[in-house]
Ligand binder design. Structure first.
Ligand code: F0G
Length: 454
């Protein structure tokens, strides 16, 4: 690794170590907190290692027209801001990043917000935002000579890890909670050849088991405690800034699970500001599911200074996490950007997902918490009508098709969950109907349905 350009700084006590000296669980030997990647050369204004913002903007745009494989990656196109490899030839890429930023005119109108966008990270190669972090950290694992990589996962990290490991010719071990991940994700892990272990515990239990395993066997840990993951996951911040011509939106909303993604985006914006690429930070807000809301509780009970693990439960299985590793990093991002942290109900998540679907933008339930959260922020006056807002959609709709089908069949929610939102739910449901195989029968069914719409 390129220890000359980067080092690891402990988030808790500030101790600094070379990247190659990180232990197998990526926690500080002194205080047990997580590390962050730092680039000391950037601090020296006028120093030779400090990137020049104007030159970078030009270079990154030029690379869009390049025929180099590495330039086709939306992560490695920005490689000057993640110099974590000795040799960029070691980068394992599936052409991740470069995800679309969709305008959401209907939701914007309904909410009274001028400019509302969705940055769809589900349009990555394995269908989630995890690919951007995986290309970074798995490339480090490859450069360091590991044969095995592993993660505990609610399904998307494991899908991404298995795919990138397969591309690199490496082996991967996946620990997932039995029966609590969406089928699409389990299928991916098998497809890409991972050794997939379903454990009789939840995500937090899988994390615990894995931290012992990586201390006993030469296996490289690819959970988001690995700080190199966040270096890849900060690049959507760069894409967003670039898409707005380096004038950043007012507000970005991110789902919160293990809380690394908002930390990564916050790091991306913070570094861009420090380097003079942008002039201010967007507010970054974290939205959790009511049944998996340890950060919301932390702010309510301890001002964000301490966290108490919860027994997590939500149908948005991607964020079914009760003891988030990166909570301190998330608190810093929310506080330094002036963002908010709130939670939304199972019914609100289901409605928001269906509304996004109606705009032609499918996503995972966990991604839809952002739209549900935005409604609350607008209602509470925390988002102004003139604000430009970006929702981070983290996963592809086909990851969890069961959820969507159950919603439209009317079997997803319990009656008491659906009751407060009954009119919206009924207007959004489009269950498939069985019809006799004749034109007359189909036309009759169509007429009946249209009559109900009026
Ligand atoms: N959205 C999706 C679709 C996810 O898969 C995850 C996390 C999150 C949001 C939350 O991101 O953890 O950085 O706060 N999924 C992990 C996994 C934990 O194992 O795939 P976070």
């Amino acid at each position: 690794m390129n220890d000359n350009l980067h080092q690891l700084c402990c988030f808790g006590c500030g101790v600094r170590i070379p990247g190659s000296k990180a232990g197998s669980i990526f926690r500080c030997a002194d205080c047990g907190d997580l590390f962050e990647v730092e680039y000391p050369g950037w601090g020296l204004v006028g120093g030779t290692d400090r990137p020049n913002p104007g030159a970078l903007k030009w270079l990154w745009r030029e690379r869009r027209a390049s025929s180099e494989q590495l330039d086709h990656s939306g992560v490695w196109r920005f490689r000057e801001l993640l110099p974590i490899l000795d040799n960029f030839g070691n980068a394992v890429t599936l052409r991740e990043g470069n995800t679309p930023l969709y305008h959401l005119p209907r939701a914007a109108r309904a909410l009274g917000v001028d400019q509302l966008f969705a940055k769809h990270q589900g349009m990555n190669p394995t269908g989630s935002f995890k690919d951007t972090g995986m290309t970074a950290a798995l490339s480090v694992a490859k450069e360091r000579g590991y044969e095995w990589v592993a993660c505990a996962s609610t399904g998307n990290t494991s899908a991404a890890m298995a795919a990138y490991a397969a591309r690199a010719g490496m082996r991967s071990l996946v620990l997932i909670p039995q029966g609590k991940i969406a089928w699409g994700k389990l299928a991916q892990s098998m497809d890409y050849g991972a050794v997939t272990c379903q454990l009789q515990t939840d995500f937090d239990g899988c994390v615990k088991v894995l931290s012992t395993i990586v201390q006993e066997a030469p296996i490289y840990l690819l959970n988001s405690v690995n700080p190199y993951r966040l270096e890849g996951q900060k690049t959507p911040a760069l894409e967003i800034a670039e898409a707005f011509d380096w004038a950043v939106p007012e507000h970005i909303l991110v789902p919160g699970g293990n809380l690394a993604n908002n930390a990564a985006l916050g790091k991306g914006f913070r570094e861009m500001k420090a380097l003079g690429l942008i002039s201010r930070l967007p507010k970054i807000s974290v939205i959790q599911a009511e049944g998996a809301n340890p950060l919301v509780r932390s702010f309510a009970s301890h001002g964000g200074k301490a966290i108490e693990p919860v027994q997590a439960n939500t149908r948005a299985t991607a964020i079914r996490i009760g003891n988030p590793a990166s909570w301190r990093k998330a608190v810093r991002v929310i506080e330094e950007t002036g963002g908010w942290c709130l939670d939304v109900s199972e019914g609100e998540i289901a409605v928001a997902k269906a509304e996004l679907g109606r705009e032609g933008i499918g996503c995972e339930p966990a991604s839809a918490v952002t739209l549900a959260g935005l409604k609350k922020l607008v209602a509470g006056g925390m988002v102004a009508p003139s604000d430009t807002v970006v929702l981070l959609l983290t996963g592809h709709t086909l990851k969890d098709a069961d959820y969507t089908i159950d919603f439209h069949r009317g079997t997803l929610l319990e009656p008491e969950e659906a009751a407060p939102l009954a009119p919206q739910i009924e207007a959004l449901r489009r269950n498939a109907i069985e019809v006799e195989a004749t034109p007359a029968a189909v036309l009759k069914a169509l007429a009946e349905i249209q009559a109900r719409w009026v």
